[in-house]
Design a protein around this ligand. Structure first.
Ligand code: GLU
Length: 417
C-alpha cells in the first residue's frame, strides 16, 4: 500500500504531530473528513447510450473558512486520492494564510475520450450532484488535473440555474468573461517559479539546471517562466517521452511542437527517451508537475537531483522522502510549491465577493509576496525544528508545522477539539 494517497497523507500528518507533540485525539480530529459526497453520474453519450461515471467531493475541514479545492477528471481517480487531496488543500490554504479549508473533487473518466458535448454533460451532471454542498461561503471548487475554465463555466452555469442566483464566487478558475481573475490560468506555474527563486536563494545555488516532469497547465507555465528568466531546463517530459538536451531545451519551441503534434515525437530540439527516465536525469532540481507517487520506493534510487520542487500534489511518497532526506535531498513540499493556484483563486473569490476587479500587475505582486512569505516562514520553522530536535527532518515538516498549527488553533477556538 505504499502508494495509497490517504495513507501517505496520514503518515505525513503523524510525522508532524510528533514534532508538535499532538495528542491522538487531536490527530484524529485533524484527519477527520467532515463530509464525503459521492455518487454515479449518468451521462448521455453522443451515440444515445447512457454511461455511468463514479464521482466524489471530499470536504475535509472548514475551521478556517469555506472548503476549497479543485475537481479532477482522470481514469485513476479513487476515493482515497480525493480524500487525501482534500487534506492537502487544508494544509495548503493554512500555510498560504488564506481563509479557506480543504476540499477536493474527482470523477473517474478519461476526458480525452469524450466529445466536447459529452464533457459538458458530464460537468453539468457533476454540478447537479454537488450543488447543495457548494457556494461562495460553503465550498468553492476550482480546476485541477484535466479540468479548465470551460468545465468551471459549465459547473457554475448549472449551479446558478438550479439555485436561481448569480454567484460567481461559488467557483474559481472561471473564464474572465464570467468573473474569472486575470492571472489565474498561469498562477500555479508562476507561484512555482517564485518558489524556485526562493529555493535557489536559500540553498545558495549557482545556475542550477532543471528537469520538469509534465507539461500540463502547471508544468508548461512553470517552464515558460523559468526559461524566460534564464534557467536552463535540460529535460522536460510528457506522459510518453522525455526530451533531453544538455545545452537546455528551447521551451517555447518544444511546447509549440507538443501543442501542434500532441506529443514530443519527432521533435528535434533534443534527444528523446522514455518518459520515466526523467527521474534519473542529470539535473540539479527535479520538478514533478504531473501526478502523485511519481517518486516512490521503486525509482527513488535513480534520482540525481539535489532538490525536488513538488508542483504536483503528492509526487513523493513518504518512504521516498525519508530515503532522499537521508541523502540530503531537499524537497519543497507541494502545499508550498504549488500554492500559487489556490492563492489566485482566493484573489478571484475576493474580487467576486467585493465586485471590484484588480489589474494583473496587482495580482502578480500580491502572489509573489504571499509565496515568498510562505517559503520564508516554512524555511525558518524548519531550521528551528532541526535545532530543537537535533534531527535532520524533511523541509515538509517546517511547512506542515505552520499549517497544522493554524488549522488546530482555529479548531480549538471553535471548540472542535
Ligand atoms: N487544484 C489546485 C490545487 O490543487 C487549485 C485549487 C483551487 O484553486 O482551489 O491547489
Amino acid at each position: 500500500m505504499q502508494n495509497d494517497p490517504l495513507k501517505n497523507a496520514e503518515s505525513q500528518l503523524r510525522a508532524v504531530a510528533s514534532v508538535l507533540e499532538l495528542s491522538e485525539k487531536e490527530i484524529k480530529a485533524l484527519l477527520r473528513i467532515d463530509k464525503l459526497v459521492k455518487g454515479e453520474l449518468s451521462v448521455k453519450m453522443d451515440n444515445g447510450k447512457t454511461k455511468k461515471f463514479k464521482a466524489w467531493r471530499s470536504q475535509h475541514n472548514n475551521a478556517k473558512g469555506p472548503y476549497k479545492g479543485g475537481i479532477r477528471f482522470h481514469p485513476n481517480v479513487t476515493e482515497s486520492e480525493v480524500k487525501a487531496l482534500s487534506l492537502w488543500m487544508s494544509w495548503k490554504c493554512a500555510l498560504a494564510g488564506i481563509p479557506f479549508g480543504g476540499g477536493k473533487g474527482g470523477v473517474i473518466v478519461n476526458p480525452k475520450s469524450l466529445s466536447r458535448r459529452e464533457l459538458e454533460r458530464l460537468s453539468r451532471a457533476y454540478a447537479k450532484m454537488i450543488y447543495p454542498y457548494i457556494g461562495e461561503s460553503k465550498d468553492v471548487p476550482a480546476p485541477d488535473v484535466n479540468t479548465d475554465g470551460a468545465v468551471m463555466a459549465w459547473i457554475l452555469d448549472e449551479y446558478e440555474k438550479i439555485t436561481k442566483r448569480n454567484e460567481p464566487g461559488a467557483i474559481t478558475g472561471k473564464p474572465i468573461s464570467l468573473g474569472g481573475s486575470k492571472g489565474r490560468l498561469e498562477a500555479t506555474g508562476l507561484g512555482g517559479f517564485f518558489t524556485l527563486n526562493s529555493l535557489v536563494k536559500a540553498m545558495k545555488m549557482k545556475n542550477p539546471t532543471l528537469a520538469v516532469q509534465g507539461v500540463g497547465n502547471v508544468g508548461s507555465f512553470f517552464c515558460r517562466f523559468a526559461y524566460e528568466a534564464g534557467y536552463k531546463i535540460v529535460a522536460v517530459s510528457d506522459s510518453k517521452n522525455m526530451v533531453w538536451n544538455e545545452k537546455g531545451v528551447d521551451i517555447p519551441k518544444a511546447l509549440d511542437w507538443k501543442l501542434l503534434n500532441g506529443s514530443f515525437e519527432g521533435f528535434n530540439g533534443g534527444k528523446l527517451f522514455p518518459a520515466d527516465s526523467i527521474v534519473g536525469s542529470a539535473a540539479d532540481i527535479f520538478v514533478p508537475a504531473a501526478l502523485e507517487n511519481a517518486i516512490d520506493r521503486d525509482n527513488m534510487g535513480e534520482l540525481k537531483a539535489k532538490c525536488i520542487l513538488e508542483l504536483a500534489n503528492g509526487p513523493c511518497t513518504p518512504e521516498a522522502e525519508e530515503n532522499l532526506n537521508k541523502k540530503g535531498v531537499v524537497i519543497v513540499p507541494d502545499i508550498l510549491a504549488n500554492a500559487g493556484g489556490v492563492v489566485v483563486s482566493y484573489f478571484e473569490w475576493a474580487q467576486n465577493i467585493s465586485g471590484f476587479y484588480w489589474e494583473e500587475k496587482t495580482i502578480k505582486e500580491r502572489l509573489k509576496e504571499i509565496m515568498a512569505k510562505a517559503f520564508d516562514g516554512a524555511w525558518n520553522e524548519w531550521t528551528e525544528i532541526k535545532k530543537i530536535k537535533k534531527d535532520n527532518i524533511p523541509f515538509r515538516m517546517g511547512a506542515y508545522a505552520i499549517a497544522v498549527r493554524r488549522v488546530l488553533e482555529a479548531m480549538r477556538m471553535r471548540g472542535r477539539c
